[in-house]
Design a protein around this ligand. Structure first.
Ligand code: XIL
Length: 329
């Protein structure tokens, strides 16, 4: 069996992976990246972000991202655009520009229109990452109302300057730039039910009510071996009840170092469980892992003492996790 084939057989649109164009000179890496039996869609892990595409105002650079697109096109793979608006990897001319609300909304509009317009026919993570801050005092409050000014939304320059208006500005710009593109809001820690997932649910519901274009919820899926949430299926069905699709967009399941045989076996079970939750919910259209070899995972750089989150090891050998994914389908 192979991952993308297994996904397609059960009616999913794809199984795919994130990648970086600066890894393409690694020929063994590239050969597997191009293997459409495993990967039917690619996401650029960095090269479509704001700091890569509009590092200076009005000066757009697409060459790096185009390298990823070219690989996908050459092999008949789909693309997921990632992302238009995020508080991170954001150039300081945006975050520290001191713009007023009207100007910042215009800047969001121009950025999203230009980037989505340039990379057409992709699924897009229009809004990315951590819409909400969960303060410890709020984390058990299931009545959380994300539209009160109670700190529920992440306090980025976008939220601080425009309130919640930047969501509509970004999504409408993306829709206008490429009407056929599927538009997503993508976030982490919304895999299972809970206050943050409720926040996403309420946000999508309110956008739909206002007629703002939104097609899907991206569930990133940066998870930890042995503590994967048990309510994924229920949570996905809840999002789906709003009439949107769901995708797992950045799956990786990390472990504390050192890796042991037991942890690798648990990781296999965890992958299997996550995949089977997506399988059971028709609205879950596909799964993307956040790169495929431990050699190129972002985890060790960001979570000291943790690693090995992906289905292939650093030497490109398939781990138990690979077979867990297949069994999950
Ligand atoms: C990560 C990249 O993989 C890293 O190379 C980069 O240094 C930081 O960003 N959530 C997201 C992704 O939405 O864009 C992040 O990607 C991982 C967390």
């Amino acid at each position: 069996g192979q991952l993308n084939i297994a996904a397609r057989i059960v009616g999913k649109k794809y199984f795919g992976t994130a990648t970086n164009e600066y890894q393409f000179n690694d020929t063994r890496y590239l050969a597997e990246l191009n293997n459409t039996l495993d990967f039917g869609i690619l996401t650029p892990a960095n090269s479509m972000k704001w700091d890569s595409t509009e590092a200076a105002q009005g000066q757009f650079t697409f060459a790096n991202a185009e390298q990823v697109v070219r690989q996908a096109q050459k092999h008949g793979q789909m693309m997921r655009g990632h992302n238009c608006v995020w508080h991170s990897q954001l150039p300081s001319w945006v975050s520290d520009g001191g713009f007023d609300k009207k100007t910042l909304l215009q800047i969001v509009d121009t950025h999203c229109s230009t980037v989505v317009g340039h990379f057409k026919n992709q699924i897009w993570d229009v809004i990315n990452g951590a819409l909400f801050i969960l303060r410890p005092s709020q984390s058990l409050n299931h009545e959380l109302e994300p539209f009160n000014e109670d700190g529920t939304f992440r306090e980025s320059v976008f939220y601080n300057t425009t309130g919640t208006d930047y969501f509509a500005a970004a999504l409408r710009a993306a829709r206008h730039a490429d009407p056929k593109t599927k538009l997503y809001i993508n976030d982490y820690n919304i895999e299972g039910t809970g206050p943050k997932s409720d926040g996403m649910y309420n946000l999508v519901k309110s956008l739909k009510k206002k007629g703002v274009p939104i097609d899907g919820v991206g569930v990133q899926g940066h998870l930890i071996v042995g503590s994967v949430p048990t309510t994924i299926e229920e949570n996905f069905r809840k999002f789906a009840s709003l009439g949107v699709e769901v995708a797992i967009t950045e799956l990786d399941i990390r472990m504390e170092l050192p890796a042991t045989k037991e942890k690798l076996e648990q990781q296999k079970k965890d992958y299997q469980y996550v995949i089977s939750a997506c399988k059971k919910v028709p609205a879950c259209i596909g799964i993307t892992i956040w790169d495929w070899s431990d050699k190129y995972s972002w985890v060790p750089d960001v979570f000291p003492g943790e690693g090995f989150p992906l289905p292939w090891d650093e030497d490109y050998k398939k781990k138990p996790a690979y077979w867990g994914i297949l069994e999950g389908f």
